[in-house]
Ligand binder design. Structure first.
Ligand code: HEC
Ligand code: HEC
Ligand code: HEC
Length: 431
C-alpha cells in the first residue's frame, strides 16, 4: 500500500513538474502595443515592394472572407478538428494588427506567436514565412500598416480538445519549425538563390506541394515538393512530377505568369488564386528566378518525348466513336479541346493528352474540373471551362475518365471511378 502511495505521489510530482515546465517553456511575453502608429514613416518604394511580397505570400487569399473586405479576415478553413478562421490583418487597432509594432509582426511571421504571446496555428504558413529576410519583412509590415484599417472581428476559432490548447503548438514547432531567414547556397547562382528564397519563403509552395505526416507536418528531405494535397486537390510534385513532358524553364515561366502552359495544362482549383492574386503580380525577373529554381529540381533525363510525338501517339490510340467515353468526348469536349490548331472562340484550348492530371495517381482533380468547371480562371484570357455536373451522370463521367486516362494518355486504368465520382459529387455544395 505504501509502495502504491509512493508511486502515486511520485507520479503526481512528475505530472505537476511537467505541467509547470510546459507552462514555463511555452510562455511568451506580450509585446507592448504601439501607440504612435500615425507617426510611423514608410517610403512609397517600401510600400510598393511590400504589396508585391504580400501577393507572393497569398496573404489576401487566406485573409479575405468570401464577399468580405480585403485582408479583414474571417475566411473559414475546415479541418478534421474543427474550423479555423483567419485573422484581420488590416491596421485596425482593436480587431486587426494596428497596434502591433514591427517586432510583434516579425515574431508572428518567424515564430508563429501573436502580439499577446499566443501561439498561432500552423494553417498560417509561418514555417515557410520564417525564411523571409528582414528588409522584406519590414516592407511587408509597411504595406500592411498602410492599408485602410477595417473594423471587423472574425469569428472565434474553437477547435476540439486537445487542439484547442494552443501552448501544445510549442511541441509541434519544436518538430517542424526551423526559424530563421533563408541563407544563400554559395554553390548556386544568384538567380537560383533568388528563386529558392521566393519559393521556400513567402511563396510557401511546399505548404501544398509537399506531403504531410500524421501530425500534419511537412515531410522534408527527398519528399520536399514531391506532391501534396490542398483543399482535396492533388498539388502535383514540383520535383519531378507526373507531367508526361518534363517542365522546362520556359514552360514554368508561362505557367507562373498566366496559369497556363500549352505543354502541361492550366492552374485550376487552389492553384488558380496562387497565380491570379499572387505570382501574376510579380516582376518577370522574380518569376524567371522561381522558374529557374524549380527547373533545377526536375530529374535529368536523357531522352525526352516531344509534345508533337505525344499528341500523335494519343491520336493513334484514340478512335473517335469506339467507346462510350470516346463518344462523350467527341460530343461534349472536342469543340474546345481538339488538338488541331484553329481559332479558339474563347480562351485557350488545352491539349488534354499532355495534361498532368491524366497521368496523376488519383483522378480527383479531373473529376473536380469536369463536375465544377473552371469559373475563376488563373487569368481572364484563359476563358472558362463549363461545369458538367448537371449534364453528365456518374457513369458518363467515369466513362469519360477511362477514355482520357487509357486512350488519350495510354496509362493503366484508374480503379472504382464511378464510385469516386459520386463521392466527390456528394461533397459539392448544392445548386
Ligand atoms: C494558408 C492561409 C494563410 C496564408 C497564405 C496567410 N495566412 Fe496569416 N493567418 C492564417 C490563419 C488561419 C491565421 C490565424 C491562426 C490562428 O488563429 O492561430 C493567420 C494569422 C496571421 C497573423 C496573426 C494575426 C493575429 O491577430 O494574431 C498574422 C500577422 C498573419 N496571419 C499575417 C499574414 C501575412 C502577412 C500573410 C502573407 C505574407 C499571411 N498571413 C498569409 C492563414 C494564412
Ligand atoms: C494553396 C495550395 C498551393 C500553393 C500555395 C501552391 N500550389 Fe501549385 N498547385 C496546387 C494545385 C492544387 C495544383 C494542381 C492544379 C490543377 O491540376 O489544375 C498545382 C499545380 C502547380 C503546377 C503544375 C504542376 C503540373 O505538373 O501540372 C506548378 C508548376 C505549380 N503548382 C507551382 C507552384 C509554385 C511555384 C508555388 C509557390 C510559389 C505553388 N505552386 C504554390 C496548389 C498550390
Ligand atoms: C466551352 C469550351 C469547353 C468545353 C466544352 C470543355 N472545356 Fe475543358 N477547358 C476549357 C477551357 C477554356 C479550359 C481552361 C480554363 C482555365 O484555366 O481558365 C479548360 C480546361 C480543362 C482541363 C484542364 C484542367 C487542369 O487542371 O489542367 C480539363 C482536364 C478539361 N478542361 C476537361 C474537359 C472535359 C473532359 C470536357 C468535356 C466533358 C471539357 N473540358 C469541355 C474549355 C472547355
Amino acid at each position: 500500500m505504501s509502495r502504491l502511495k509512493t508511486i502515486a505521489g511520485a507520479s503526481l510530482i512528475a505530472l505537476s513538474l511537467a505541467v509547470t515546465a510546459g507552462v514555463y517553456l511555452s510562455w511568451q511575453p506580450a509585446i507592448p502595443t504601439l501607440d504612435n502608429h500615425d507617426t510611423q514613416y514608410f517610403s512609397h518604394a517600401q510600400i510598393a515592394k511590400g504589396e508585391q511580397l504580400a501577393a507572393l505570400g497569398d496573404c489576401a487569399v487566406c485573409h479575405t472572407a468570401p464577399g468580405g473586405v480585403r485582408n479583414a479576415g474571417g475566411l473559414a478553413m475546415t479541418i478534421p478538428f474543427g474550423t479555423l478562421y483567419s485573422s484581420n490583418i488590416t491596421p485596425d487597432p482593436d480587431t486587426g494588427i494596428g497596434n502591433w509594432s514591427y517586432p510583434a509582426f516579425e515574431r508572428a511571421m518567424r515564430h508563429g506567436i501573436d502580439r499577446s504571446g499566443r501561439y498561432l496555428y500552423p494553417a498560417f504558413p509561418y514555417t515557410a514565412f520564417t525564411r523571409t529576410r528582414d528588409e522584406d519583412l519590414k516592407a511587408l509590415y509597411a504595406y500592411l500598416m498602410s492599408q485602410p484599417a477595417v473594423r471587423h472581428q472574425p469569428p472565434q476559432t474553437a477547435l476540439h480538445f486537445p487542439f484547442n490548447i494552443r501552448p501544445g503548438i510549442l511541441l509541434w514547432n519544436w518538430l517542424y519549425l526551423k526559424p530563421g531567414a533563408y541563407a544563400d547556397n554559395p554553390e548556386r547562382s544568384a538567380q537560383w538563390n533568388r528563386g529558392a528564397y521566393l519559393s521556400e519563403g513567402l511563396g510557401h509552395c511546399s505548404a501544398c506541394h509537399s506531403p504531410r505526416d500524421l501530425l500534419f507536418g511537412e515531410r522534408g528531405g527527398s519528399r520536399h515538393l514531391s506532391g501534396g494535397v490542398a483543399e482535396d486537390w492533388s498539388a502535383h510534385a514540383l520535383a519531378g512530377g507526373n507531367a508526361p513532358l518534363a517542365w522546362t524553364e520556359d514552360d514554368l515561366l508561362d505557367f507562373l505568369r498566366r496559369g497556363y502552359s500549352p505543354r502541361h495544362g492550366v492552374a485550376a482549383g487552389p492553384m488558380a488564386p496562387v497565380i491570379h492574386q499572387g505570382l501574376g503580380q510579380l516582376p518577370d525577373a522574380d518569376l524567371q528566378a522561381i522558374a529557374h529554381y524549380l527547373s533545377s529540381l526536375q530529374p535529368a533525363s536523357a531522352e525526352q518525348p516531344s509534345a508533337v510525338a505525344l499528341n500523335r501517339e494519343a491520336e493513334q490510340r484514340t478512335e473517335p466513336l469506339a467507346s462510350p467515353g470516346a463518344r462523350l468526348f467527341s460530343g461534349a469536349c472536342m469543340a474546345c479541346h481538339a488538338q488541331e490548331k484553329g481559332p479558339a472562340l474563347t480562351g485557350v484550348r488545352p491539349s488534354l493528352a499532355l495534361n498532368s492530371n491524366l497521368y496523376a495517381a488519383s483522378p480527383d482533380n479531373l473529376i473536380r474540373v469536369i463536375l465544377e468547371g473552371i469559373a475563376q480562371p488563373a487569368s481572364p484570357e484563359l476563358g472558362y471551362m463549363p461545369a458538367f455536373r448537371h449534364s453528365l451522370n456518374d457513369q458518363q463521367i467515369a466513362d469519360l475518365l477511362a477514355f482520357l486516362r487509357q486512350e488519350l494518355a495510354g496509362q493503366a486504368p484508374w480503379k472504382a471511378l464511378k464510385q469516386r465520382v459520386s463521392e466527390i459529387r456528394a461533397t459539392l455544395p448544392a445548386g
